[in-house]
Design a protein around this ligand. Structure first.
Ligand code: C2E
Ligand code: MG
Ligand code: MG
Ligand code: MG
Length: 281
């Protein structure tokens, strides 16, 4: 009867909903198959100390290699995995892969540098998330501090009561926490007080316009803030020499971006790490 009275627009709405549900189901099934088939892998983007430009760590970034369609960007499938809830399984896999790589570096190179893993807020819905992560680090015999986590401002904000105690637990156990994409969320300054963070990563939207004076003023102010809170301040998305020298001059302590290094397959990251460890054991 509703159909009869509401007419064509109801039918249209119904069709759209059906389509959305269908699309969601397809993504869910594709992600499920991909998890089972082991189609996810990590790339490692290097981070460098400002000034010396020495390698100081990596950020792990997930990739989905689809046999039929090639590479799918995390920007596409992470939000999808968050919608379906599969981010919990995927996030667990990502942590396990990063731990395995760190352990391998530890064993074959006799050392390593910290690897940062991006964590979705939904992963904290598991009240034992921090516990399980620490258990994995112990199982892989990783020194505390080798494994870092990155969370986004928006991620942290919506779920403070759930996220905060677990972050405190991780921090206390020696796992550094970085606030990712700083400068594009809301309420950044309050977050800086609330969260037990060791680093802030200035979003590329603040770094790209450097050395323009308005962007420089904002980056400088963020660096003053970060320094007084004793945080590492990472410039994200550094693509030009001018951006790099400007970010350094304004007080960023680490640089990351295509200028200095793209996300690398594990084998190439291993070579880079080996060189760095040989230079400064
Ligand atoms: P993010 O954590 O802010 O990572 C930085 C993104 O910027 C990465 O994109 C990286 O490849 C890209 N990037 C780095 N340097 C440059 C540069 O100089 N220029 C430009 N144009 N881009 C640069 P990617 O790998 O596509 O990842 C996008 C986002 O997806 C990440 O942003 C992160 O929010 C999310 N993501 C990636 N891997 C994971 C993961 O393992 N777990 C979760 N939960 N999220 C992830
Ligand atoms: Mg990140
Ligand atoms: Mg980032
Ligand atoms: Mg960013």
């Amino acid at each position: 009867r509703a159909k009869a009275t509401a007419g064509a627009s109801w039918l249209f709405f119904d069709a759209t909903m059906k389509q959305a549900a269908q699309a969601r189901l397809e993504v869910e099934q594709a992600l499920g198959r991909a998890l089972a088939a082991g189609e996810f892998l990590l790339e490692y983007q290097p981070k460098f100390s400002a000034g010396t430009r020495q390698l100081c760590g990596f950020e792990a970034l997930v990739r989905w290699e689809r046999p039929d369609r090639g590479r799918v960007s995390p920007v596409e499938f992470i939000p999808a995995a968050e919608r379906t809830g599969q981010i919990k399984a995927l996030g667990g896999l990502i942590i396990a892969m990063a731990c395995t790589q760190l352990r391998e570096w530890e064993q074959t190179l006799g050392g390593a540098l910290p690897v940062a893993v991006n964590v979705s807020p939904l992963q904290f819905e598991d009240p034992l998330f921090a516990e399980r992560l620490l258990e994995q680090l112990r199982a892989h015999e990783l020194p505390p501090g080798r494994f870092e986590i990155e969370i986004t401002e928006t991620a942290a904000i919506g779920h403070v009561e759930r996220v905060l105690p677990q972050l405190a637990q991780l921090r206390q156990a020696g796992v550094p926490i970085a606030l990712d994409d700083f400068g594009i969320g809301q309420s950044s300054l309050t977050m800086l007080r609330q969260l037990p963070i060791a680093a802030m990563k200035l979003d590329s939207s603040l770094i790209t316009p450097l050395p323009a004076s308005d962007a420089a003023a904002i980056v400088q102010a963020a660096c003053v803030l970060g320094r007084s809170l004793k945080l590492e301040i990472v410039a994200e998305g550094v693509e030009t020499p001018a951006q790099a020298t400007s970010a350094e001059a304004l007080g960023c302590t680490q640089l990351q971006g295509y200028l200095l290094g793209r996300p690398l397959p594990a084998a190439i990251a291993t070579q880079l790490l080996e060189q760095a460890l040989r230079k400064a054991p």
